[in-house]
Design a protein around this ligand. Structure first.
Ligand SMILES: Nc1ncnc2c1ncn2[C@@H]1O[C@H](COP(=O)(O)OP(=O)(O)O)[C@@H](O)[C@H]1O
Ligand SMILES: [Mg+2]
Length: 169
């Protein structure tokens, strides 16, 4: 799942994990970018190179889990189109689904669940995606979840519908 900070990736990832486990008996791991930055990627910053390296490591993890029957729900800003295409290649196009968790910058900034947009506007952060750093929205995502259209639960239903349409469920 790719999207701006505050678009709803982490919220939806946890709800999706529960639905896939309880409703479909799947094994699911949530790979959350912020969590992984505390461990596996703790040496990385927010430069373009480091964001790409972060995405590369997470892709590798998803690949290893996937080939052992574990679904990875990846909640990662993943701002660069090229990184997401590399992930598709690494994991395998038949196992990878690009989901665009969509909300306008204005909405994300209003939600500001971590207070990072406010800090960026005050100049306390200078590499915030959407403010100073680019976000390359996916031109043709396989699933779009519009999180401005309703509740997180509703968004997860939309995502499940998309996964069924693509034949993953
Ligand atoms: N439909 C929705 N889906 C997901 N989050 C939503 C939705 N509507 C409102 N929200 C709110 O938006 C915020 C999203 O935060 P978060 O999941 O941490 O975003 P991200 O992980 O993309 O940075 C949460 O406060 C959540 O309650
Ligand atoms: Mg998050």
């Amino acid at each position: 799942m790719t999207g701006l900070p505050g678009s709803g990736k982490s919220t939806i990832a946890l709800l999706l994990k529960k639905r896939l486990e309880e409703g479909y008996g799947r094994f699911v791991e949530v790979l959350d970018g912020d969590e992984i930055r505390k461990g596996l990627s703790r040496d990385l910053g927010l430069s373009k190179e480091d964001r790409e390296e972060h995405a590369r490591r997470v892709s590798y993890l998803a690949k290893v889990l996937s080939r052992n029957g574990v679904i990875s729900v990846v909640a990662l800003i993943s701002p660069y189109r090229a990184s997401r295409e590399s992930a598709r290649e690494t994991i395998g196009p038949d196992r990878f689904v690009e989901v665009y968790v969509k909300a306008s910058l204005a909405t994300c900034e209003k939600r500001d669940p971590k207070g990072l947009y406010a800090k960026a506007r005050k100049g306390e952060i200078n590499n915030m995606t959407g403010i100073q750093d680019p976000y390359e929205a996916p031109p043709s995502p396989q699933i779009v979840v519009d999180t401005e259209a309703g509740s997180p639960e509703r968004s997860v239903e939309d995502l499940l519908t998309g996964l069924k349409r693509l034949g993953f469920l």
